[in-house]
Ligand binder design. Structure first.
Ligand SMILES: [Zn+2]
Length: 347
């Protein structure tokens, strides 16, 4: 099987992808707070799979479908090969996947994003304790020789414990606090230039011993960034909670994930600690109880081991960040979105 991701907005007008049976396994809609020239603000990543025997065919077809401007590309991989597809050009490389790839694949076949890029174990997304790096972020593993891209989920505890945490944090900070930058990427002996999207948290409002806090210049959104790697995004509801003296709650909504193996029998009735225990990853979520997580089971589709669930939790912000935000939150002034809409031709 091959798996990859395609940004719907990267397709040129008039493009037709026919005759290649792609199965869409996940569809998302994401806001990019800053993008390259000729790129829209809202992106629609389509995560797909296809039969492996088709590998070269979708590559050639996609190459004819991608817009020639905007720095767009798409990529997909099989068990042994990675295809990076640019407008009218395909770069196929053998075995350049990050070193963690075989371990990642051990856990989940149909959704590679569900195992930790550091430890290879299953990642249940719990806000404040785990996160993911999507492929379109173009984050590079600067600590690896070939600077492979970081793609996938991670436990924050694994990131904190990793010898690569400083490099990870530095690369993440470059992306998070910027408006996009040009990077070069070597594949199969060729140099490719790509635009790495920035997240736009450009204004640093706090710098402490353990973390920094940055504010977005386009949204009511704040990024708390630990120097040891983990990060927390707070939006307006969280700032309002803090302003009222409450602990901020993160509610990412319903998550859909493929379990690595047959789950416990009473999955629908399980508590979050029981679920983590049955998945063998309890120790990856230290201090989780202090976040008072509210776990809710939604649905389980046994034939494909797809679990739908929701977790709301208080993120484990460093004490210095919490203290700063308690002073800062009551005085913040929301951004005037009407004025932004008038000024921003992309929206
Ligand atoms: Zn891990």
């Amino acid at each position: 099987m091959l798996a990859g991701v395609l940004i719907a907005e990267s397709l040129r007008v008039g493009a037709q992808l026919t005759g290649v049976p792609l199965q869409i396994i996940e569809l998302a809609r994401v806001e990019m707070t800053s993008t390259g020239v000729d790129q829209p603000r809202y992106w629609t990543p389509l995560y797909f799979t296809a039969a492996e025997s088709e590998a070269s065919r979708p590559a050639a077809e996609l190459a004819t479908c991608l817009a020639p401007t905007g720095g767009w590309y798409t990529d997909f991989h099989t068990a042994t090969d990675t295809f990076v597809v640019f407008a009218d050009k395909v770069s196929a490389t053998h075995g350049v996947r990050p070193k963690t790839a075989p371990r990642k694949r051990k856990a989940v076949m149909s959704n590679e994003h569900a195992s930790c890029v550091f430890c290879g174990e299953f990642v249940l997304h719990v806000p404040g304790w785990a996160s993911s790096v999507p492929s379109y972020r173009l984050m590079r593993a600067t600590w690896q020789e070939e600077h492979a891209f970081v793609v996938g989920s991670l436990h924050f505890s694994c990131l904190r414990a990793s010898p690569a945490r400083s490099e990870f944090a530095a690369e993440f900070a470059q992306i998070a606090t910027g408006h996009g930058r040009e990077i070069t990427y070597q594949a199969a002996g060729e140099i490719q230039t790509l635009i790495q999207p920035g997240l736009g948290y450009v204004e640093q409002i706090f710098r402490g011993d353990e973390c920094a806090i940055h504010r977005s210049d386009t949204r009511d959104s704040w990024l708390v960034r630990e120097y040891a790697g983990p990060w927390y995004v707070l939006d307006r509801p969280q700032l309002e909670d803090i302003a009222q003296g409450k602990r901020p709650r993160l509610d990412p909504g319903v998550e859909r994930i493929v379990l690595p193996r047959e789950p416990m029998a009473n999955l629908a009735d399980a508590t979050l600690p029981e679920l983590l225990d049955s998945l063998g990853v309890t120790d990856r979520y230290p201090g989780l109880a202090a976040g008072e997580p509210e776990y809710e089971f939604w649905k389980y589709f046994a034939p494909k081991r797809v679990l739908e669930y929701a977790v709301i939790a208080t993120p484990p912000l460093p004490a210095e960040a919490a203290a700063f935000l308690r002073d800062y939150a009551p005085g913040y002034r929301p951004i005037d979105f009407d004025a932004l809409e008038r000024d921003d031709p992309r929206s």
